[in-house]
Design a protein around this ligand. Structure first.
Ligand code: T4K
Length: 370
C-alpha cells in the first residue's frame, strides 16, 4: 500500500475565513507595516499569553538573534552550543563575534553548564545557550555563572514558545530571549520571530534597532537594521494564538503515544520529560545507539523509503561546518557528547494533524527487523 508522505512537521494554519476578515481590514486601512494596529495588538496579546513583560516582533528568528546581540553590545567571545540550528552561530558571525563551543549533556541535549566556566576567557562577554527542542536549559546555574563572571545571557528560545518551568515562562530567564515563528515551529507566523525583554528601556532600544536605528524622524541611535514584522503576519499570528493550546494538547497525545510504543525497542532512546516543565512538544527526537540493528542513517533512509521524512536535527554539528571547524573549541575531542548525539539523532514527525494511526505505523517501521 502506498502512503502519502509524512514530513517531520506540517504548519498549523488559522481558518482562512478568519484571515480574510483581517486581510479586508488591512486592505481598507492601507497600513501594511511599521508598527501598525495588528502589530501593536499582537505584541500585547503575545506578552499576555506568554507571561512576559515585553515582546518585540521581528521578521524572523535569525534577525531577532542578530539584533539581540547588538542590543546588548556583545563582542569578543561568546560561549554557545554546537548542537543547534546553524542560525545560532551565524548570528555571532554576523556580529563579528567568535563562538566558543561547549559540549552538551545527553538528558536534554542542552549546553552542559558544568563545562561553561572552563571556557571563559578575558574576552568572553556573554553566554548564548539554546533550549533545544523546547527543553529548558539549567537556567539557575547559567544565571549563577553569568553573575559571578559579569556575563550577559541571551537564550535562543526558537523552539521554546509557551514552555514553562514551575508555571513561569522560560522566556523570563536571561537578559534576552529570542523566538522563531517560522512555518516549521509549534507557533508560526509563516516567517517571524521576537525578542523578549524585561524592561521598557531595553524594549525601546530593540524597537529602534529593528527599524534602522530610528528613534524619531531625525534621530538615528545606532546602525540598525530592517527586521520589522508586517501587518499580514501580525494578523495571522493573532489568529494562531486562539488555537495554540488546542494544538499543543494534540502534540502531547502524539508524544505520549510515541513514548509508549517505543519503550523497550533495543537501541532506541527518547528524551524523558522533566518534572514541573510544561512542554510544547515541538519535536520528537529519538537516538539510535549501537544496540539497534541498523545505523542511524540506515533507519533514516528506511523511513524515507516508507514515505516518512524525519530530519536529523542537529547533524552535522555547527562546529563541523567549514567556516566554524577551525576554532580550537570545535575539536571533536572538546565535544564528545555532542558528536555522539548528533550521530544518533532522528526527529520523528510530530504535528497536530498527525494521526495516532500514523504514529503506530512509524513505530512499526522502526521495530521491523528486516
Ligand atoms: N535558532 C534555532 C535553534 C532554530 O532552530 C532556528 C530555526 C533559528 C534560530 C532561526 O529562526 P528563523 O530565522 O528560521 O525564524 C527549518 C527552519 O527553516 C528553521 O526555521 C528551523 N530553525 C530549523 C530547525 O528547521 P529546514 O531547512 O529543516 O526546513 P525545511 O524547509 O526543510 O522544512 C522541514 C519540513 O517541514 C519540510 O520537509 C516539510 C515541512 N514544511 C516546511 C515548510 C517551510 C511544510 O510542511 N510547510 C512549509 O511551509 O529548516
Amino acid at each position: 500500500m502506498e502512503y502519502n508522505p509524512i514530513h517531520v512537521t506540517q504548519p498549523d494554519l488559522p481558518e482562512l475565513e478568519d484571515f480574510v476578515v483581517s486581510l479586508k481590514k488591512i486592505w481598507r486601512s492601507k497600513w501594511l507595516t511599521n508598527n501598525g494596529e495588528f502589530h501593536q495588538k499582537f505584541e500585547k496579546e503575545l506578552a499576555d499569553y506568554l507571561g512576559v513583560k515585553y515582546v518585540s516582533l521581528f521578521a524572523n528568528g535569525t534577525l531577532a538573534l542578530i539584533s539581540a546581540l547588538q542590543v546588548l553590545r556583545i563582542s569578543g567571545e561568546v560561549i554557545t552550543t554546537p548542537y543547534s540550528f546553524i542560525a545560532t552561530t551565524h548570528a555571532l558571525w554576523w556580529n563579528d563575534i567568535k563562538p566558543v563551543f561547549v559540549d552538551i549533556e545527553p538528558a536534554t541535549c542542552n549546553i552542559d553548564y558544568q563545562k561553561i566556566e572552563a571556557a571563559i576567557t578575558p574576552k568572553t562577554t556573554a553566554i548564548l545557550p539554546v533550549h533545544v527542542y523546547g527543553n529548558p536549559c539549567e537556567v539557575s546555574e547559567i544565571e549563577r555563572i553569568a553573575y559571578i563572571y559579569g556575563l550577559k545571557v541571551i537564550y535562543d528560545a526558537a523552539h521554546a514558545f509557551g514552555v514553562k518551568i514551575n508555571d513561569q515562562s522560560i522566556l523570563n530567564f536571561g537578559d534576552l530571549s529570542i523566538l522563531s515563528f517560522h512555518a516549521t515551529k509549534s507557533f508560526n507566523t509563516i516567517e517571524g520571530g521576537a525578542i523578549i525583554c524585561h524592561d521598557e528601556k531595553t524594549k525601546k532600544r530593540i524597537d529602534y534597532l529593528k527599524n534602522f536605528g530610528f528613534a524619531d524622524e531625525v534621530t538615528v541611535i545606532a546602525p540598525g537594521i530592517n527586521a520589522k514584522m508586517n501587518e499580514l503576519q501580525a494578523a495571522y499570528g493573532l489568529l494562531q494564538l486562539k488555537t495554540f493550546d488546542e494544538h499543543i494538547a494534540k502534540r502531547k497525545k502524539i508524544a505520549e503515544r510515541y513514548r509508549k510504543l517505543l519503550t523497550g525497542i533495543q537501541g532506541i532512546r527518547y528524551l524523558e520529560d522533566i518534572e514541573n516543565v510544561k512542554y510544547n512538544h515541538a519535536y520528537f527526537p529519538v537516538f539510535v545507539n549501537d544496540d539497534y540493528y541498523l545505523t542511524r542513517d540506515d533507519l533514516y533512509y528506511k523511513l524515507q523509503k516508507n514515505n516518512i521524512f524525519g530530519r536529523r536535527y542537529f547533524y552535522p554539528l555547527i562546529s563541523e561546518f567549514p567556516f566554524y571547524r577551525g576554532f580550537p573549541s570545535s575539536r571533536p575531542s572538546n565535544l564528545p557528547v555532542a558528536m555522539e548525539i548528533s550521530n544518533q539523532v532522528v526527529c520523528l514527525p510530530i504535528f497536530p494533524d498527525l494521526s495516532l494511526t500514523s504514529v503506530e505505523r512509524i513505530v512499526e517501521i522502526i521495530k521491523q527487523n528486516n
